[in-house]
Design a protein around this ligand. Structure first.
Ligand code: KG4
Ligand code: ZN
Length: 336
């Protein structure tokens, strides 16, 4: 045991993944994720079931993360947990576990903002230079974030209604695909024609987004086509997915490009669950090549919810001495 090592145990439980990770001096030693399958048949996350599943998973997941890291729990320097945003019951499970662990092991506790962690996931392996511009796209958020330093971030623009991930999931639901639909839409889109059907691109002010218009337009489009051909959606699934994905990506990339050019920033990345989308990854690479950006695309395991990103954020907060008190409770705010 080296007393100089900073070993952060991190817990992520904001939605439907129970995850624990151990980070040593900023390097990931382990990152375990238990995905909750229980929601699939409901077509979306059921909050009460999520809380119960977190309670079942949390101890085995933490045990596995510590064992896999090759350290003992006595060597943990601090415990970080997702404080917000997320489902309140789910957040409570992680926060209560972190508090109990911190009390029992007499180590400090660090409260982490989930969206800040998605951005800092980039610093697990690559090291973007500051200022760094990050498009954070998940199931609940769509934001353009200016990072001046690890913990100095400003949201320049965001969605005024649905998030990009939500748009993918809702499209999938309209097409009868299981939840979460984003990855399936991505897969089907790869074999479809993105220019076959035209959907509207929302025009929002500055760096803001809106995705409710595209959702409604797809809904009416499918309804009208169904009147002509009952099996229209099934027959044209790949082209519909490709066309909607194309529109969502175009909306995202137009604003990201505008922000990067407006601010004169060439360090640009994407983060959050939707950054796993192959079309978005490709679009960022191509735009980066055109405009001379250094682009940052997270590894798949760090795109969707994971505790490694909570750990890296916890590590930087630890270095700043930014600890939570025992009365730190999760916030029920669904968005920030
Ligand atoms: O960041 P995340 O794991 O959880 C939240 O904080 O919301 O993001 C989940 C979202 C879901 O909406 C999911 O459908 C979407 O990310 N997603 C994708 C892909 N993989 C995950 N959307 C499009 N293409 C993908 N490959
Ligand atoms: Zn997330």
């Amino acid at each position: 045991m080296n007393p100089d090592n900073i070993n952060i145990l991190a817990i992520e439980s904001s939605c439907d993944e129970t995850s624990a990770a151990v980070l040593q001096n900023g390097k990931v030693l382990s990152n375990h994720i238990a995905t909750q399958k229980v929601h699939e048949r409901f077509g979306g996350v059921v909050p009460e079931l999520a809380s119960r599943a977190h309670m079942q998973h949390i101890v085995p997941v933490v045990d596995a993360a510590i064992a896999d890291a090759g350290i003992s729990k006595n060597e943990i320097t601090a415990v970080a947990f997702t404080q917000s945003p997320g489902l309140l019951g789910s957040l409570l499970v992680g926060a209560c576990f972190a508090k109990s662990f911190a009390q029992a092991m007499k180590v400090p506790m660090i409260a982490v903002h989930h969206m800040q962690a998605h951005v800092l996931a980039h610093f697990i392996e690559a090291k973007p230079f500051f200022p760094f511009l990050c498009l954070t796209v998940s199931g609940g958020h769509t934001q353009i974030v200016l990072c001046r330093d690890y913990l100095d971030m400003e949201v320049l623009g965001e969605t005024i209604d649905d998030a990009a991930g939500e748009a993918f999931d809702k499209l999938a639901k309209m097409l009868g695909l299981p939840y979460p639909g984003g990855p399936l839409v991505d897969k089907l889109a790869a074999e479809g024609d993105p220019l076959r059907f035209k959907f509207p691109i929302s025009e929002m002010k500055d760096y803001d987004f809106s995705f409710s218009g595209i959702k409604t337009s797809v809904l009416y489009f499918l309804r009208d086509q169904k009147k002509i051909d009952q099996d229209f959606a099934e027959k044209n699934m790949k082209d519909i997915c490709a066309s909607v994905q194309y529109t969502i990506i175009k909306t995202l990339m137009t604003k990201l490009r505008k922000a990067a050019q407006g601010l004169g920033i060439k360090e640009v990345g994407i983060a959050g669950g939707v950054s796993a989308n192959s079309g978005l990854r490709k679009a960022l690479k191509e735009t980066g090549e055109q405009l001379g950006w250094n682009v940052y695309i997270p590894k798949f395991e760090y795109c969707t919810d994971n505790a490694a990103m909570i750990a890296i954020t916890g590590y930087h907060k630890y270095l700043k001495g930014d600890f939570a008190t025992i009365d730190a409770s999760p916030s029920a705010r669904a968005t920030w």
